[in-house]
Design a protein around this ligand. Structure first.
Ligand code: ADP
Length: 254
């Protein structure tokens, strides 16, 4: 048994892994006192799995706040953890990985052994990240969990042109006040994020793209990204936990 912790900019994720099997996962929003939040998640996992104690269980932490969990014996950078976790869960098939997080977007190019051969990141602009979706969800008063389904019911073709979150916010408000349906605004949002994310990737992808991070759970975004890249986009069921899973694998191998 080992534990992987991903202290991300927006969500703290914990996984318990038995052998190579992900047997428990949980998350909590990132807030001050990240170490204590992580400890609570681990305790939740311990109880759910009926373990008498986690003393002696190997634990690795990663992510933006990876140094904030004092009890971690292994600390890994999130690029390595992401590559390792996703490559493993993809059965060694992933070569191009896009991770959309709360505050950044990363592109990882892997070789046939899962080693990172190229890496790109956009952390300068929030318009292509999870934070943008959260902001839009608030303006639209609609849970993010329903963005995929709602986008599939869009009737009108509208576009969001703003290249900055601040302007996009007023653009959304103005579309709504023109009577454009929420479904169509959400579809436009997915397309606008997909455009921005695709801008980080070159052409000639040579195979499917594996998308992970929280926003990968939005099927509308996945579809928009497929249209933008003209390539297949694959999403694993545990898309938000691939980085924590990768950390757990590192915990075991030291
Ligand atoms: P980080 O590691 O940077 O904290 P995550 O990979 O955990 O980021 O992703 C967080 C983002 O995931 C949130 O900002 C939100 O936009 C998005 N998200 C979380 N859950 C869902 C969901 N069910 N559907 C769509 N998007 C989601």
């Amino acid at each position: 048994m080992k534990i992987g912790l991903d202290l991300g900019s927006t969500a703290i994720k914990a996984v318990f892994v038995d052998g190579e099997e992900l047997i428990w996962r949980g998350l909590a929003p990132t807030a001050p006192g990240q170490g204590a939040i992580a400890a609570r998640l681990i305790e939740e996992g311990r109880q759910a799995l009926n373990l008498s104690s986690v003393a002696g269980v190997r634990l690795a932490s990663t992510g933006y706040g990876r140094n904030l969990f004092q009890a971690a014996e292994v600390i890994v950078d999130e690029i390595s953890a992401n590559a390792r976790g996703l490559f493993h869960l993809s059965g060694g098939r992933a070569r191009t990985v896009i991770n959309i997080g709360g505050q950044d977007v990363k592109v990882l190019i892997l070789d046939e052994k899962g080693r990172v051969t190229d890496f790109r990141m956009n952390d300068k602009c929030a318009a292509g990240t999870g934070r943008f979706f959260e902001l839009a969800a608030r303006i639209l008063d609609t849970p993010l969990e329903s963005f995929g389904e709602l986008a599939s019911r869009a009737q009108e073709e509208v576009e969001l042109n703003s290249t900055c979150v601040v302007f996009a916010e007023s653009e959304i408000v103005s579309l709504l006040s023109r009577g454009i349906a929420r479904e169509s605004v959400i579809k436009a949002l997915n397309a606008s994020v997909a455009r921005r994310v695709a801008g980080l990737l070159g052409r000639d992808l040579g195979g499917p793209v594996w998308l992970d991070g929280g926003p990968a759970q939005n099927l509308g975004l996945v579809e928009a990204l497929e249209n933008e890249l003209m390539a297949e986009v694959r999403v694993l069921e545990a898309a938000q936990y691939t980085v924590a899973y990768g950390a757990a694998l590192s915990a075991a191998s030291r």
